[in-house]
Design a protein around this ligand. Structure first.
Ligand SMILES: Nc1ncnc2c1ncn2[C@@H]1O[C@H](COP(=O)(O)OP(=O)(O)O)[C@@H](O)[C@H]1O
Ligand SMILES: Cc1ncc(COP(=O)(O)O)c(N)n1
Length: 270
């Protein structure tokens, strides 16, 4: 049996809903062997981020080398990277290994408002990491920071996607979770040629902690198995919908989604 492997380079969420924990659970749910390189430890729960302890770039790089030199990487994703120094070191290592199936989730701010990326690191993200990305998955506020555009409409989303593609990203997937739409959650993919939308019913819930991490991890796992970006995005959208729908209601703030809901839903639909 061929074993597919995905690496996540991201922060730890002690609360288990986002970051490395969400990524590994999602890889597992999609049948892919998950490995990780931690960039930072956060003391975090559903109420917010209580503290952030970044690792130094050498500590991050050593973990990536350990995984890359022995276990192997069919696809990888980045999440919380925190500083320009970590971004430069990670970008250098990805180039060294010549990994192509890279999903960049440009994590900037946690749902509760805590900063997970230093402001001065945005330039490094744009210059060093975006040109290596096979897929970039910004939410609306992240797409606004990266492009300098204000995004209010579907056409604004397209304009932002075009601009990000111009920065060297092969496929741009602008997520619509933050949109002011009571009925739908619509994600937009631009592959350089055409636009594709992935739409679902918007679920009325406060428990959306880690949706972005889970969504980009699902794309990463599907790419490892050889799926096209279009198919990977479709699977990720189905998985995140099932995960949000199946409300776990953990904690008293923004709770996590259910990472094992997808397979259960697939079995029921069979
Ligand atoms: N309330 C919701 N109902 C259904 N889908 C949602 C909801 N909120 C977010 N999503 C979906 O979850 C994924 C992550 O979106 P988003 O919330 O924009 O990212 P982030 O967690 O990075 O802020 C996207 O596929 C988006 O469409
Ligand atoms: C360690 C870590 N990484 C990422 C996020 C973003 O979470 P979300 O997916 O809800 O934007 C987070 N809260 N913590």
């Amino acid at each position: 049996m061929k074993v597919y492997k995905s690496l996540t380079i991201a922060g730890s969420d002690s609360g288990g809903g986002a970051g490395i924990q969400a990524d590994l659970k999602t890889f597992q749910e999609l049948g892919v062997f998950g490995t990780s390189a931690l960039t930072a430890v956060t003391a975090q729960n559903t109420m917010g981020v209580q503290d952030v302890f970044p690792l130094n770039p050498d500590q991050v790089i050593k973990q990536i080398h350990s995984v890359g030199s022995d276990i192997g990487v069919d696809s990888l994703k980045t999440g919380m990277l925190f500083s320009a120094e970590i971004i430069s070191a990670v970008a250098r290592t990805i180039r060294e290994f010549k990994w192509e199936k890279l999903v960049v989730d440009p994590v900037m701010i946690a749902k509760g408002g805590a900063s997970l990326l230093q402001q001065q690191a945005v330039a490094a993200l744009k210059q060093e990491l975006l040109p290596l990305a096979m897929v970039l998955t910004p939410n609306i506020p992240e797409a606004e920071v990266l492009t300098g555009l204000s995004i209010k409409s579907e056409e604004d989303k397209r304009e932002a996607a075009r601009k990000l593609h111009g920065m060297g990203v092969k496929n741009v997937l602008v997520k619509g979770g933050h949109e002011d739409d009571r009925y739908q959650a619509t994600d937009l993919l631009f592959d350089g040629d055409g636009f594709y939308t992935f739409q679902s019913r918007r679920i009325a819930t406060k428990n959306t902690h880690g949706t972005g991490c889970t969504f980009s991890a699902a794309i990463t796992a599907e790419l490892a198995k050889g799926a096209s970006i279009h198919d990977a995005a479709a699977t990720a959208k189905t998985l995140i919908q099932a995960a949000i729908e199946d409300d776990l209601n953990i904690g008293s703030g923004h709770g996590p989604t259910n990472h094992w809901a997808y397979n259960r839903k697939m079995k029921l639909n069979r």
